[in-house]
Structure formats: structure tokens, C-alpha cells
Design a protein around this ligand. Sequence first.
Ligand code: HEC
Length: 119
Amino acid sequence: MLERGTYLMESVVACGNCHTAKGGPMARHELAGGFQMKEGPIDAITPNLTPDKKTGIGNWTDAQLIVAIRDGKRPDGSLIGPPMPYDMYRGLSDRNTKAIIAYLRNLKPVKNATRNSPT
Ligand code: HEC
């Protein structure tokens, strides 16, 4: 699973294009969030996808992550705003989604609290 997840993350799904900061202290922490996306109506900071329990996805279950990735909903029911491209991920198979989750769970936990975009 981890090998498949690594392949997907390094090629087609490319979560790190957005979820890894482009500069500043977080840039060296893969997928720890903090990339500010501001263009037109979009004003978002990408969240931390490392397994940190407080500021990342450490306490999310697999089922919750699957819903977030494919349907754009958080465990509390709130919608994940654009530009999180869940429309593109909707067609991911269970197997590929779980491979992505295996990859996320294998990351080093990094503390980085970000805010959700106002929706
Ligand atoms: C084009 C940029 C982009 C890509 C690519 C992307 N995301 Fe996101 N994602 C975002 C943004 C921006 C948010 C926050 C939106 C908001 O604040 O409402 C987000 C939110 C999330 C959340 C909610 C986290 C939370 O704490 O609220 C999860 C989980 C997530 N993304 C997982 C992924 C995964 C896994 C991938 C790859 C399969 C991925 N994202 C690819 C931009 C992206």
C-alpha cells in the first residue's frame, strides 16, 4: 500500500503541490500545510496532512479521510472549500484512496496549525 501511495503521491494526485508550503519554515516539512492560496474569490491556507494529533490528521479515521478526499467534507460535516480539488479525486478507487492514506500516516508528524477558509 505504501509503495502504491508513494507512486500516486509523486505522480498523479500530487497533494503536495498545495499541501506543502512553498517558502518559510514549513517548506521543508512535506505535506505539513501552510501554503497560502489567494486569487480572486479564493483565500485559503492549506491544512496540515501529517499525522500530528492536534494540528494534522492524526485523529482522523480512514473513513473520515476517504470522505474528505473524495467528497470534500470534514468529520464535523463542514465543506472543504476550493481549491481542494475533490472533484478530481471523486473517482479514486477505495484501494488507491487507502494507499494515499497509508502514505499520509507514514509521514513524520509536524505541528502546524492552520485556519480553514471562511465558507
Ligand atoms: C489545488 C490544491 C490542492 C490539492 C492538489 C489538494 N488539496 Fe487538500 N485542500 C486544499 C485546500 C486549499 C484546503 C483547505 C480548504 C479550506 O480551507 O476550506 C484543503 C483541505 C484538505 C483537507 C481538510 C483538512 C482539514 O483539516 O480541514 C484534507 C483532508 C485534504 N485537503 C486532503 C488532500 C489530499 C489527500 C490531497 C491529495 C489526494 C489533496 N488534499 C490535494 C488544496 C488542495
